[in-house]
Design a protein around this ligand. Sequence first.
Ligand code: XMP
Length: 509
Amino acid sequence: MAEQILILDFGSQYTQLIARRVRELNVYCEIHPYNNPPALTDDIKGVILSGSPCSVKQEDAPDLDLDAYRQKVPVIGVCYGAQMMANKNGGEVLPSKVREYGRAKLSSVDQHNELMKEISIDSQVWMSHGDTITQLPENFDIIASTPSVNVAAYKIKDEQTYGIQFHPEVTHSLEGKIVLRNFVVHICKCAQDWTPDIFVEATIDSLKEQLGDDKVVLGLSGGVDSSVAATLIHQAIGKNLHCIFVDNGLLRKNEFEDVLDSYKHMGLNVKGVDAKDRFYKALEGLTDPEDKRKAIGKVFIEVFDDEAHKIKDVKWLGQGTIYPDVIESVSVQGPSATIKSHHNVGGLPDFMKLKVVEPLNTLFKDEVRLVGKTLQIDQAILGRHPFPGPGLGIRILGDITPEKVSILQEVDHIWINGLKENGLYDEVWQAGAILLPIQSVGVMGDERTYEQVVSLRAVTSVDGMTADWCHLPYDFLADVSNKIINTVKGVNRVVYDISSKPPATIEWE
Ligand code: XMP
């Protein structure tokens, strides 16, 4: 990469957001933990210190020796980063009288200062801090204030080092993007030439160099990430990329055939493997979600391994790992509890003895989509909702049988097609149907029925970490419900899941 901004993470919930905003300016950036900072290299044009849930006053406050960067490249501390620099240089940081959280308005702004150029007086900013800088070191100048926070932003005299108390990366800071642009473009002088086209060109070149005449095997899932990764590798090494697409018997209706077809149209060298029976056999009698996940993961590895061994002299394993999976997030408050053992990150085991190639491991999801667009991948693949690796296996509560899979496939098909036909699919981040392990009484014609219940789920989200249930039109839900009950044998009741995450999760298992 020609140039980048380095973001040092002190554990703020907003750190990834800073990175996304910088990249929206077409400037490449990387997040590294504060306690393992990289050495300054020529490509690093500036440093951003993130916020933190910690206080600079606590005993084991996260700390960093800034000499490696300060006065060598521009530095800006956001919230905790700003407090840390003030504190270390002889200023005073004290707990705020009231915790400052939420919207505030700038009351004075030094518009001659490069960081504050084009920022209006009265500009709305987003505050989220428990401590406040009560006194600045002598050589620090205030460049913005709010009525309750005197030091909303500062600059250190005669150097390109800044601190801001508010969060420019959050959309509630209405001119926050301008502050970041001022820093990245005007102060750090980044060229804004990091675009999907350039990424594709550079990545294909480096894949060619890295892989030479070697063979690569890659597991496709039908999703965006593995499809984009495969296309990039294919453009670099052509037929030496061997893709494997496994039918685990837990895919959506017709998905195996449809997706395989579209991959073949894209010119990929794909082998479809029907392993349904192996998966069903391994799942027999399993009811615990984690046991099911583990069984599905284990069989997938076995099937993939068998297939990979059929390819002679394969040296590399291609994976669609994306940036959020690899960012070493700083755990300032201890490791977070494992809630579900999901996200098959890390993928396949060491025994395959393959080197790993991950061309997307510096990209966020939306950037992967932009790269996919540049590569002219079909919108039907790029716009697909996320779908979990264990597929319908974690949407059939309790044990899994081929019969239950086929009921759920029919329900899901009506649901997803309904969303598409009514122009709602793209408004929804993820949707699916869940087969519940209960039966309920109904009446059809003159007959009493005692059949299964399905729940429909549709959520809006940005990254799946939090989600809200979709407020879909009642008429539409009524139509889908009618269609399901009238056409899917075995189902006589449909409910709609109106839980948000947290406290519920997106999947039921
Ligand atoms: P939850 O249920 O944790 O899901 O709110 C968040 C996102 O992760 C997906 N998910 C999985 N993906 N393997 C995967 O590859 C899994 O075991 C798994 N469980 C959940 C889920 O579909 C949603 O997009």
